[in-house]
Design a protein around this ligand. Sequence first.
Ligand code: AMP
Ligand code: ZN
Length: 469
Amino acid sequence: MLRLHDTMTRRSQPVEPLEEGHVRLYTCGPTVYARAHIGNFRAYLFEDVLRRVLEQRFPRVTHVMNLTDVEDKIIRNAVAHGSSLDEETQPWIQAFYEDLDALGIRRAHHYPRATEYVDRMVELIERLGERGATYRGDGGIYFSIAAFPTYGRLSGLRAEGLVAGASGRVDADEYGKENVRDFALWKNVGPDEIGWETRLGRGRPGWHIECSAMSMALLGESFDIHCGGVDNIFPHHENEIAQSEAATGVPFVRLWCHNEHLRVEGEKMAKSLGNFHTLRDLVDQGARPSAVRYLLGATVHYRKQLNYTAGALHMSNEAVERFATFRDRLEALPPRKGAGGPAVLLAERAVREFDAALDDDLNLPEGMGVVFAALRDANAMLDAGGVDAAGRAALLALVERVDDILGVLPLVDRERDAALTPEVRRLLEERAEARAERDWTRSDGIRDRLAALGIGVEDTPRGQRWRRL
Ligand code: AMP
Ligand code: ZN
């Protein structure tokens, strides 16, 4: 059974969906004013691994990720460029989707944008008002944490003596509050500023209310899992809990899961610190997205800090290559009849242990340890000629099971194709055509021409696959 470490109870909890067979997952998404950096992608990759494991274990998963498309920096840029919010954010939303695809991250089922849910936020704020949990101050409408006695449970912070501004994000909401930790639900804006005319007056929503309104609109008032990086615990998620539960009176979320940070030279990778790399930077420097995916998702457990170094990226590249080469070797193996024997036992045990590692709070690094130990033994069996068709099938099933979570092989195939010269690419296409037409003479002729160019081709159940000779 899948268990996850829950930040609220501070222990591992079983994943038991509120609705039988259907897991509802909300993950905090990007503020779309620049390209996300690979620290952000550590969060999105942890969530992708979670999503993939959930999809292996449960019949249905609904995954929602918000896009924060109204916020101080976005507004500042829009004003500076003389553009609308939509014009300002569209290129960054596009860039975000491109990077998700480049890293093989499964798309969420919904990407609600804050600007499209302002009505829902207004309703939620009104509901909180009816329950006496809000007040008006100079800057707008605030949530009164005095109305929510269990405030601070998630982060373990006491209601009194807390320092506001722990995340930097609350600074802009500081004016006119009764309690230092009360936070803005709605910010008044002047007639010339970007904002919405609503029943609350002219203004725009605070950051925290977005996630409460959008998650509850798409997943219901209570749902299963909510994720983000550890910097989201306070104040963002603490505030989400307070305003959601104060409005509905029911528990907001079953399990809270948070990933630790990607760091560079001892500091959190962050836009504000200027110590960040984007995926595009790394690819321009010659990195492969498959290696970046491996580094961020599979080398260190998601609840431990990960240090970004060129050496770690290099080792990830090698791990990916070893895994892909093993797959290639199995696919190229001539079928030989037999009853399976030790290779089948080896593969089945590795699958069991890999699954168990993931069930234990998504321990993909431990799972990969199991996989590479099995690969070493399987390679020795292959060297000795001891793998028949049944063994090959079992080992391929292992590779498939692992990559359903690891997600690097489709990236490797894409990267290899991109590395081909136009001539080789054309010959491969022609050969695929010839095979589709069952023209074996032509197909073999092209194979020889490819071999002369240093490219070998093998035919696999999923089509031809090339490699350098
Ligand atoms: P933000 O755009 O700052 O709200 O960040 C988007 C997501 O990335 C949130 O879940 C953050 O917690 C997460 N995040 C930001 N920086 C890092 C980092 N250096 N390492 C891991 N996750 C991060
Ligand atoms: Zn959020």
